[in-house]
Design a binder for this molecule. Structure first.
Ligand code: SF4
Length: 222
């Protein structure tokens, strides 16, 4: 019964290859303000903000970095203070010991191998201590060099609901999405899903009746 319902719903909305562009276009109109919610003024600040955002909210990170970035302006500044001082300065973002260790290791590598600059490629970014694929993807996309698609909890949920993937694992979901989403949209696509997820397609109570893509969504309840 459930399976035939899903099958019917998929048939009703049509193949994902034909739906993806209208989905992106409509969400882009609906969420024209969809951008990264972290506040930063430089490439280094971007990298630090994204590293600190693991397991916490962007609002919380912005609160911490407001003061942090006044004190730490160059990679060297993160290494000039005792580790405990850096830990205290990022304490409220959680996992502060681990994050401080990652920040120090990353700053050391930036200085030693990248002339103090933030690298561009995913391969280089993921070599930085504590920088996983998701962090690297976010940074690369913001620097205008998207080389993949960021999959966070919203992107995962909405991709599944919209019938763009049947996978559970973020790496496999990303693999499906990069085959489907036009390359020019790789950077903005996750922002669109994240904002749609926050505003309309809530995890527990999706507001399908107010959703601009409900006729393109096999999970729509209207
Ligand atoms: S129709 Fe409902 S389930 Fe589908 S994307 Fe919109 S809010 Fe989410």
């Amino acid at each position: 019964m459930a399976r035939s319902y899903v099958h019917e719903a998929r048939k009703r909305v049509g193949p994902k290859k034909e739906r993806i562009c209208p989905i992106i276009e409509r969400l882009a109109v609906e969420h024209a303000d969809a951008t990264i919610a972290l506040t930063f003024r430089s490439e280094l600040e971007l990298l630090v903000s994204v590293m600190l955002s693991a397991q916490t909210t962007d609002v919380n990170v912005n609160r911490v970095t407001k003061r942090l970035f006044e004190k730490y302006r160059r990679p060297e500044d993160y290494l000039a203070v005792p580790p405990e001082e850096l830990e205290r300065d990022i304490y409220t973002t959680g996992f502060f010991r681990q994050k401080a260790r990652s920040l120090r290791g990353t700053m050391r590598m930036l200085i030693e191998e990248f002339d103090g600059e933030v690298p561009r490629t995913l391969d280089e970014l993921t070599r930085l201590p504590g920088v996983a694929r998701k962090t690297a993807n976010v940074v690369a996309a913001e620097l205008g060099h998207a080389q993949g698609i960021v999959v966070d909890t919203h992107v995962r949920r909405l991709s599944q609901r919209l019938g763009l993937t049947r996978q559970e694992d973020p790496v496999k979901i990303e693999r499906d999405l990069v085959k489907l989403v036009p390359r020019d949209d790789w950077a903005r696509f996750p922002h669109l899903l994240i904002w749609h997820g926050r505003r309309v397609c809530d995890a527990r109570r999706p507001r399908c009746e107010d959703c601009v893509v409900n006729d393109l969504c096999p999970s729509s309840r209207v």
